[in-house]
Design a protein around this ligand. Structure first.
Ligand code: GLU
Length: 308
């Protein structure tokens, strides 16, 4: 059981589309089930119209999924319950620190890549053991606390299905519930993947640093861990994750220019090392000889013109 977990924060571009094609192929080539989950809890970055466009673009590319899409904003109770459980067991604690205070108190540099909501600097533990409970934190500071998960290990080593053995270094207690009481990405993704019985998480490797945190949450909540498969990013000429500044590589723009789905999927297959440049094919055509091992081991450029 796999999943596509787009955040409706913007248009589907070549980078996400390639990752979704790989997630689709990995599951479908083994006859597995693929779910679709809209990760729409990333606050101000979420654009309401983006979810519908995403589903439309995925359908146009020939990437299907099983069952009805699930939307995280409709599942807030599940995340709240998990956060309460971790708090009740002393595995999480109230934290009233603002981002700015954390930055000022932290001497360690930002590790980077903490998750879609960018976790900021390493948390120095200011509020660890400081309050008896949420009410105490509110009364003592007049602030609404977030909840942080206690990290008492330096690393959670794991075997990645593409990237191989990982040291899984993990630094600092991390937020699982924000001050506005919304769930943090790290908690929501774990609760959902477990509740939906997802046993393969294939995603881009900018989330590799999040995985040790998620593994700690699986263990703390007594949930079955999936296999993680992190694939290299599609990047621009500067080596950074493909983004708007590299030009418009949105699926929508290719559609508007009259590029057909088979040409675009053929190009994605080329970016996956599965077909030569200029190939024309649909996802189903790639199933028979799909091998994750064909994937180039490092980042690939996605900002060059497509040909064919
Ligand atoms: N929704 C996340 C994103 O688009 C992906 C989360 C995941 O695959 O774990 O960045």
């Amino acid at each position: 059981m796999g999943r596509l977990a787009p955040s409706p924060t913007g248009a589907l571009h070549l980078g996400n589309a390639r990752t979704f094609l790989l997630a689709w192929l990995s599951v479908r080539s083994r006859g597995g089930t693929l779910l679709l989950r809209i990760e729409d809890i990333d606050g101000p970055r979420v654009k309401p119209a983006a979810a519908a466009q995403l589903l439309d673009d995925l359908g146009w590319l020939g990437l299907d999924w099983d069952g009805e899409p699930v939307t995280q904003s409709a599942r807030l109770g599940l995340y709240a319950e998990a956060a309460e459980r971790l708090l009740a067991r002393g595995l999480a604690y109230p934290c009233v620190c603002t981002r700015r205070e954390v930055e000022e108190a932290s001497s360690a540099p930002h590790e980077g890549g903490g998750g879609p909501e960018a976790d900021g600097p390493v948390y120095p533990g200011t509020c660890r053991g400081r309050f008896r409970d949420l009410a105490d934190a509110r009364a003592a500071t007049g602030r609404e606390p977030a909840l942080r998960f206690r990290v008492d290990v330096d690393a959670v080593p794991f075997e990645d299905g593409f990237a191989g053995p990982q040291a899984g270094r993990i630094v600092g207690d991390f937020v699982i519930r924000k001050r506005d009481s919304g769930p943090a990405y790290q908690l929501a993704v774990v609760v959902d993947d477990a509740a939906q019985a997802v046993n393969e998480v294939l995603r881009a490797d900018d989330l590799l640093p999040s995985t040790p945190r998620q593994l700690l949450l699986y263990r703390a909540l007594g949930l079955d861990e999936p296999t993680f498969v992190h694939v290299p990013l599609v990047v621009g000429g500067d080596g950074l994750r493909l983004a708007k500044r590299h030009g418009d590589t949105s699926v929508r723009r290719f559609r508007e220019q009259g590029v057909g789905p088979a040409r675009l999927v053929g190009h994605l297959a080329f970016l996956c090392g599965l077909r030569p440049r200029g190939a024309v094919c649909m996802p189903g055509d790639l199933l028979a000889d799909f091998a994750l091992g064909a994937l180039p081991p490092g980042p690939v450029r996605g900002d060059e013109p497509i040909s064919g």
